[in-house]
Design a protein around this ligand. Structure first.
Ligand SMILES: NC(=O)c1ccc[n+]([C@@H]2O[C@H](COP(=O)([O-])OP(=O)(O)OC[C@H]3O[C@@H](n4cnc5c(N)ncnc54)[C@H](OP(=O)(O)O)[C@@H]3O)[C@@H](O)[C@H]2O)c1
Length: 263
C-alpha cells in the first residue's frame, strides 16, 4: 500500500518503520520539512518527504500521528477541508487526553469523528491509540506467546472484514476497503485486529486510552492491557454479537482485577 504519514514524531517514526519493513511505500510529511526529511532518510534513501499536504495527497492511506492539540491545525494545513484526503483511509492514532487528570479534551464527539467531519470523503479508522510507541516497535508485539490484539473502529463496511482476502502490499485500498486495509496494517505488525464497530465507538477507544495513559503515568505496566483480550476473541464486531457471546466477553479479565498483572 502507499501510505502518507502526517507527522514525524515518535508514533510516525515507529509505525512508518514497521510498515516500510513490511514492504509498503511511505511518504513522510510534517510542518517542519527538516524533521520530515530526517525521518524519511532514516527509513531509506528513496523514501520521499515533504509537507503535510504532500503526505495527504500521496497514498491510499494517510496516518495522522500529530500531537493531539495540533491535529485539527495539521488537518487544515494538509488541505483536508479542500478534499485532499477524499477517497483515502485516514488512520487516527491520536489520543486527546490531558495528563493532569487523565481525561479527554474532546466534547461529545470523539477526535476521530471530528477528523471525519473535517476531511470530507475520507474513511476514518481509529486504531493504534491504545499502546505506547515502544509496543509498536516490538517485532512482533507478542505477550506470553500471544499476539497483541488491536481494536479498530470505522464506518467503512469493509472494516467488518476482519480476515481480508490474500493481500498484496501493492494492492489498492479500493480493492479492499478501509477497514480491511487497516486490518492488514495491524497484521503486518504481527498483531491481531479486533473490529469494535463503527466510528462512533472511537469515543470509547479514546476514553480507554485515557485510562491506559493514566496507568502508564502511575507506573503500572500498560503493556498488559490489550494482551488481556483473548486470542480466541470472536471475529465478528462486538456490537453484532448475541447475548451469550456478550456474556462471555464480560467474563474476560478486567483492568481493575488482579488478572491485569499477568506478566
Ligand atoms: N507516543 C506514544 O507512545 C503514543 C501512543 C499512542 C498514541 N499516541 C498519539 O500519537 C500522536 C503522536 O504522538 P507522538 O508521541 O508521535 O508525538 P511527538 O513525538 O511529539 O510528535 C508529534 C508530531 O506532531 C507534530 N505537530 C504538533 N503540533 C502540530 C501542529 N499544530 N501542526 C502540525 N504538526 C504538529 C509535531 O511536529 P513538530 O516536530 O514540528 O512539533 C510532530 O511531528 C498523539 O496524538 C498521541 O496522543 C502516541
Amino acid at each position: 500500500m502507499k501510505i502518507g504519514v502526517l507527522g514525524a514524531g515518535a508514533m510516525a517514526s515507529v509505525l512508518a518503520g514497521r510498515w516500510s519493513a513490511a514492504g509498503h511505500e511511505l511518504f513522510i510529511g510534517a510542518r517542519n520539512a527538516g524533521a520530515a526529511r530526517t525521518l524519511a532518510a532514516r527509513l531509506g534513501v528513496d523514501v520521499p518527504s515533504g509537507s503535510l499536504r504532500d503526505a495527504a495527497l500521496f497514498g491510499d492511506v494517510a496516518l495522522l500521528a500529530i500531537w493531539p492539540t495540533g491535529v485539527i491545525a495539521a488537518l487544515l494545513q494538509a488541505g483536508a477541508a479542500e478534499g485532499t484526503l477524499a477517497g483515502r483511509v485516514v488512520v487516527d492514532c491520536n489520543n486527546p487526553v490531558e495528563t493532569r487528570s487523565f481525561t479527554l479534551t474532546t466534547g461529545e464527539a470523539s477526535l476521530a469523528e471530528q477528523i471525519a467531519r473535517l476531511a470530507p470523503g475520507a474513511s476514518v479508522v481509529k486504531a493504534f491509540n491504545q499502546c505506547q510507541a515502544g509496543v509498536w516497535a516490538m517485532d512482533p508485539p507478542h505477550f506470553d506467546g500471544r499476539p497483541l490484539t488491536v481494536p479498530l473502529c470505522g464506518n467503512d463496511p469493509a472494516s467488518k472484514d476482519i480476515t481480508p482476502p490474500p493481500f498484496n502490499v501493492r494492492s489498492s485500498v479500493h480493492e479492499y476497503g478501509g477497514g480491511a486495509c487497516v486490518t492488514r496494517l495491524i497484521q503486518d505488525l504481527g498483531c491481531r485486529a479486533l473490529d469494535v464497530g463503527p466510528l462512533h465507538r472511537a469515543r470509547h477507544l479514546e476514553a480507554m486510552a485515557a485510562v491506559v495513559i493514566g496507568l502508564l503515568f502511575s507506573g503500572t505496566d500498560p503493556l498488559t492491557v490489550f494482551n488481556l483480550v483473548s486470542s480466541t476473541a470472536p471475529s465478528a464486531p462486538l456490537e453484532n454479537r448475541n447475548h451469550e457471546e456478550g456474556a462471555r466477553a464480560s467474563r474476560l479479565p478486567h483492568l481493575d482485577s488482579g488478572d491485569a498483572v499477568t506478566r
